[in-house]
Design a protein around this ligand. Sequence first.
Ligand SMILES: *Cc1c(COP(=O)(O)O)cnc(C)c1O
Length: 429
Amino acid sequence: MNKYSLNYAQQLDKQDPLATMRAQFCIPKQDNSEEEYYFTGNSLGLQPKLAREYVLEFLDSWQQRGVKGHFEGDHPWMPYHEFLTEQAAQLVGGNNNEVVMMNSLTANLHFMMVSFYQPQGKRTKILIEDHAFPSDHYAVESQLKHHDLNEQKNLLLWQPRQDEELLNHDDLYQLIEQHGDEIALLLLPGVQYYTGQVLDMKTITEKAHAKGINVGFDLAHAVGNIELSLHDWQVDFACWCSYKYLNAGAGSVAGCFVHQQHAQNTELNRFAGWWGHDKTTRFNMVNNFQPIATAEGWQLSNPPVLSLAAIRGSFDTIKMAGGIKTLRKKSLKLTQYLLDLLNLELNGKITVITPLAEHQRGCQLSLVINKQVINDLGINGKTLFNRIEAKGVTTDWREPNVIRIAPVPLYNSFSDIYHFIRILKACLV
Ligand SMILES: *Cc1c(COP(=O)(O)O)cnc(C)c1O
């Protein structure tokens, strides 16, 4: 059967064991009241119905119990963050004592750099990639400033080669080899947000550690998307947000991993708050900070339950689906179907800049519409993007000319992908 047909896509949906998960989510509607073809889970994941339920449960508990809600009910607020630890740890491949949900992503990057970027002597540099997410770039630059270090001299950039989009690992390894004893910290994404390229976190960590460099990863586009083994890879720390592939709502609380070899080191420098203090004496209210010997020792404040409730709803939904392994299995098929249809129907019109090999990509593909095609139509890329949006397709646009499309295994179907190709094709003639 022709792969490019609604019939074929519907067959794939019928065979998909995760197809029923879509009903656990709220899918936005188009003006004509049909469901959108939503491909922006890489930017803001859709609302799990359980998130709504658990948030309401919190509001009810607050309404009925007041301060007693800290200790009463099925999910008392005092230890609320602990209800999330096991599932967060599974998502990133960490032990329970290595993971905590707290703060926001950029805030956590700063707090981690307080502990893991301590420039000394010759070792003062931070290495990031040239196209790092602006927030990460600003965070790193401001850390350098905070230490009175010259930003130009102390920021090392790993750049793609001339006329290439993707990062070449050999170039990074050469930078590490050449400048290893001057680099204090390497901060890289697990999945690059613009190209969708997955970095080889295991080998990068090995090579950096061999030169005595600390390694942190920003997993904003990796968590909930690909399988991770932070503990086994010996990663020093990692941070991620929960509103992209983790579907916990805009600005929801972020996650943080600290490898247990560091988490157990209560001497490690950090910015402290009372929630990082030993639980058995926290309420003695004495001014003698004793950090918890787990990732929780980096917490500052009592848990923001409203947001954590949404995360718990999201985590339970992921658990219902069978966890990240099961999701990734479907994800590979879903994105492969997208690649197949792009090849079959839009060959020569669209270039995929994301690496094609499975181990080098997550669910997202970054598409460039070829210049000639755009010119022939007499429009610009952004206009094309607006046209497909008007037909019910939600993707996202990144300057200068990339459409990012992220079919996610929890709520996207093979039929969604068929419709995307159908609509894109119609807009390109
Ligand atoms: C989404 C994203 C952010 C956003 O940071 P917030 O602190 O959550 O606003 C930062 N870095 C990367 C790599 C991202 O993908």
